[in-house]
Design a protein around this ligand. Sequence first.
Ligand code: XMP
Length: 430
Amino acid sequence: MKQDLIVILDLGGTNNTVLARKIRELGVYSEIHPHDIALDALKALENVKGVILNGGENRVVDGQTVEVRPDLYDLGYPMISVDYPQSKCETKFSVLPGKEELKKFLFEDCKAQTNWNMKNFIADQVELVRRQVGDKKVLLALSGGVDSSVVAALLIKAIGQQLVCVHVNHGLMRKNESESVVEVFQNELHANLIYVDAVERFLGKLKDVADPEQKRKIIGGEFIRVFEEEARKLEGIEFLGQGTIYPDIIESGTKTAKMVKSHHNVGGLPEDLKFELVEPLKQLFKDEVRACGLELGLPYEMVYRQPFPGPGLGVRCLGAITRDRLEAVRESDAILREEFARAGLDKKVWQYFTVVPDFKSVGMKHHERVFEHMVIIRAINTVDAMTATVEKVDWDVLERITNRILGEVPNVNRVCYDMSPKPPATIEFE
Ligand code: XMP
């Protein structure tokens, strides 16, 4: 392994990730592990240079105060503790150490090298994946989203044709999205890619379904079924690649960290389809995943895509999906993205998209009365998607987008701008 490692043991600290990030920002790799990690598991981690015992307000679990195992101190690693007054470390901090204090621990006490960078991370993961997978095959659902794209690129580098990617086009992708998955992964990276055109199948299942939750369930459930059908056609697959990233693991909760949400994996695959997981990004934060994608040669637009809901445009074509409104969402979204990029807003605004509601309004075109669809533009800023504020888009930009949508998107005669923050509105409409 190419990287030195600082282990953070979670004794109820609420700032484990802040600490891990501070250490990584100093060029040293760090990982968070549970406070009661088995000694063998700790010894099995390669290149451990030091350990930080990170206590905090969640150290009391079910009335019991958690402690590290006493024999941990015998292992001889340089060790400090944070917010853990009962610890046996010589150096104890009551709050997170500052940059200079951390540097002293990392570089003087632990003698760590600043060898945490994407090149080394990729080299390490390539080696680990090859060790794990051997000559077997790995299956990966490649949506074209950031995480699945980066995993695919990394696995292609590690195991080439032993990776089988399945891309399901459910008809709810944005304009040119499926095409770019094929272009990048099949034509440029020469991936073993199975492209499944399931557009008719999804739209058929969704016909006349207006309830948002039911729509989401149908899209999610049908996706699993299509993926399962493809998996059954293949032989000799023993592994499933997954774009799990660090926040997914941390948010699932450790013994002391409170659970934020359960870890969303491909879950729902039938019991008899048993795969071992390959999750090479599971130690990366989102910005690190993007850096990894760029280092692997993925296009900037793919790696810096804005968040896109799993059910895709299905939740932006409001109510029961119709083909003309679905096309109106897709085309208006493409225009919005083009114009935001032209105005430099694509790097400034967190998320922006269009929706088409399921009612019409009266208008005039070529001196004739028309009764047509409406496009609503939404552009928001947020840190964590829990709350959001509306972007104050320049009037001229809005006017240009409006004129283009009215001129270029069929069956649309009205454009509105959504002024609602979250809460009370959510970011998406459904
Ligand atoms: P809401 O609408 O809840 O959205 O304010 C918060 C953020 O989550 C995205 N979103 C999803 N992402 N699968 C996802 O991966 C989903 O089903 C989904 N639904 C909403 C939404 O785009 C926003 O960024």
